[in-house]
Design a protein around this ligand. Structure first.
Ligand code: MN
Length: 168
């Protein structure tokens, strides 16, 4: 049978049967080696956990996106309604990590305290972080309002990200 490397490989070229060898290689890579590796990549999850968006009526109304990661809630403040469809990009300003318990908080933060105003849960569920690069995270969100694959892309400075739903 064909051998793809070493002297046999050279021999096949010299013999004028290179195209047949190439066909064989392509067939093998399609049915065995490549496909299982690709599906493993798709299934890889870096982290998963709680997802929540709190509607926060503070000095200005905004929405706080929080994702459970490394024992805390990574948090971003979104000044406009979070996107339920693709094609809408929202500024998401990263703010300090919050404790996990805060994910279920609803109520009024008194005047004079950080974040004074009322907090309501706008959406909640679970999420999976499928890719985490320094400036780009891909998360799969399963909430009631937000469902699907979302991107967080850092675009300016340390704290400014864009948050949007990927096209299906
Ligand atoms: Mn807030």
């Amino acid at each position: 049978m064909w051998v793809c490397r070493g002297p046999a490989y050279l021999y096949n070229i010299i013999d004028g049967r290179f195209s047949e060898l190439r066909r064989g290689r392509r067939r093998r890579s399609m049915d065995k080696r490549v496909e299982p590796r690709e599906s493993r990549e798709e299934e890889r999850v870096e982290a998963s956990g709680a997802y929540v968006i709190q509607e926060h009526q503070a000095t200005r109304l905004h929405y706080d996106l929080r994702l459970e990661l490394d024992g805390v809630l990574k948090s971003w403040a979104i000044p406009k309604t979070p996107p339920t469809e693709s094609g809408i990009r929202r500024l998401a300003v990263q703010v300090e990590d919050h404790p996990l318990e805060y994910a279920s908080f609803e109520g009024v933060i008194p005047e004079g305290q950080y974040g004074a105003g009322s907090v309501k849960i706008w959406d909640k569920g679970q999420y999976a972080l499928t890719s985490r690069k320094e400036n780009k995270w891909i998360v799969e969100i399963q909430g009631d309002r937000l469902r699907g694959v979302y991107c967080l892309v850092r675009f300016k400075g340390e704290k400014n990200w864009l948050f949007f739903r990927k096209k299906d």
